[in-house]
Every structure is written in structure tokens, then in C-alpha cells.
Design a protein around this ligand. Structure first.
Ligand code: FPP
Length: 227
């Protein structure tokens, strides 16, 4: 969800005004994705590298989930949307952790779209954690190395909670940036990518539909040949 800072700068506003507007867009896009029948919407809200930002900006970003869930959980419940989270949330401020945990609990019985927040998430961290966990299982003799395959590896990733929907079909990146930036490194092996110049605060329902329409035109062969 890139481009919040640039959106604000163009309006001579502080960067955090872009993040605030970005949060409002998250609400709009969540509702539209759910209406369109998307089953999982994962949003990269804070990466393991975002701690490098000025502390005032980090503090603001940490307050956003409190604002977001504080105002939006009733709508999420009404739309049958379930909140999940991936990343090391234990490093977030206590009040942020509580707001996230409460939202996950309050929506846990919902059966519609999963709104999956990547918070303090990094793809490399996730892979290292999986390797550590598998190594422990091997040293504890619960597993032999020959049993390690792609399926078992994926089971040890944070997206395991998404089951068969762990690998995204479509990855959208806004603001003209064309890189992955440590996002779902394992899971995007066969994802379709859509890069748009639109800054995240300007993204809307129509933009989401445009991205999905681009996805629908792609010929997905997963390394095979066309039938
Ligand atoms: C990157 O763009 C954006 C972020 C690091 C923050 C994204 C967060 C939101 C959109 C709000 C999330 C909402 C909730 C509920 C947690 P940037 O600001 O670095 O953009 P720039 O490249 O223009 O500087």
C-alpha cells in the first residue's frame, strides 16, 4: 500500500496525513473486495523493515490499527469478514496488540472474506522461523529430513492459517514501485502481479476492479503448457 507519503507531500501535508487517508482506503477496499467475492485480502500494513522510519511516523502507524478496529469492527461483523494477522505482533505496543487481538477474537466466527493483516511481517523472517521450527522437529526426532517437502515447509509458514488459500492469486502494488520488498516470498511463486502508478490514498473500488480485470486476462500455466 505504497504512496501515502508522496500523496501527503503533494498536498503539503505531513506524511502521516497520507497514512490516515490510507487507512480510510483500507476500509473502502476491504468492503469492495468482500462484495466482489475475494476470499482472502492480505494487506502489508507494516514490514519488519518499517522500524527504520522516524519514531514519530512509527508511533503513528502503530496507532492506526487502534483507530481502524475501534471504528470498523461492527462493519466487519455485519459483512461477515474475519480478521487474521501474521507477523510478530508481540513487538508492537501493548495497546496495538490488544486492538488486533480483540478484532481477531470478535470476528473469529465470521465465515466470509478473511482480512489478513501483515503487521511487523517480513518474508525472510518468516522463512527463517519456519526453518528453525523444522530443524527443532528434526532434532526432536518428530521428523526425518526426507519428510521435508514443499507442503510440509508451507505448513510451517505464517500463512498456514489460511489453508488452501495461503498462496495469493494476485499481488497488487501501488505508486509505481515494482518490487516485492520482502512480501510473502515463498507464497508468491506463481502469483500474478499488477503494478499501478496510483498512490494508495487514491486507490478505490474502480481501481480494484481494474486490477482484477487485468488478472482475469492472464494466462496462468503454473509452468505447464496451455490445455
Ligand atoms: C508505505 O507507503 C506505507 C506504509 C508503510 C503504511 C501502510 C499503512 C496503511 C495504508 C494504513 C494501514 C491501516 C491499518 C488499519 C493498519 P509510504 O508511506 O512509504 O509511501 P511513500 O513511498 O510515498 O513514502
Amino acid at each position: 500500500m505504497d504512496g501515502n507519503g508522496r500523496w501527503a507531500k503533494r498536498r503539503h501535508l505531513p506524511r502521516v496525513a497520507g497514512h490516515k487517508r490510507g487507512m480510510d482506503v483500507v476500509k473502502i477496499v476491504t468492503q469492495e473486495a468482500s462484495n466482489l467475492g475475494v476470499r482472502v485480502l492480505t494487506l502489508y500494513a507494516f514490514s519488519t523493515e518499517n522500524w527504520k522510519r522516524p519514531s514519530s511516523e512509527v508511533s503513528f502507524l502503530m496507532k492506526l490499527p487502534i483507530d481502524f478496529f475501534g471504528t470498523f469492527v461492527p462493519d466487519l461483523i455485519e459483512q461477515n469478514i474475519r480478521v487474521q494477522v501474521m507477523g510478530d505482533v508481540t513487538k508492537l505496543p501493548k495497546d496495538t496488540q490488544k486492538s488486533v487481538r480483540d478484532a481477531v477474537a470478535q470476528t473469529s466466527r465470521n465465515t466470509g472474506m478473511i482480512l489478513n493483516f501483515a503487521l511487523n511481517y517480513g518474508g525472510r523472517d518468516e522463512i527463517i522461523q519456519a526453518v528453525q521450527s523444522i530443524a527443532e522437529q528434526v532434532s526432536g526426532k518428530q521428523l526425518i529430513p526426507e519428510q521435508i517437502d514443499a507442503k510440509l515447509f508451507a505448513k510451517n509458514l505464517m500463512t498456514n492459517q489460511l489453508g488452501e488459500l495461503a498462496d495469493p492469486d494476485l499481488l497488487i502494488r501501488t505508486s509505481g514501485e515494482e518490487r516485492i520488498s520482502n512480501f510473502l516470498l515463498w507464497q508468491i511463486a506463481y502469483s500474478e502481479m499488477v503494478f499501478t502508478d496510483t498512490l494508495w490514498p487514491d486507490f478505490d473500488e474502480q481501481e480494484l476492479k481494474n486490477c482484477i480485470q487485468q488478472f482475469q486476462k492472464r494466462d496462468r500455466r503454473f509452468g505447464g503448457i496451455k490445455k
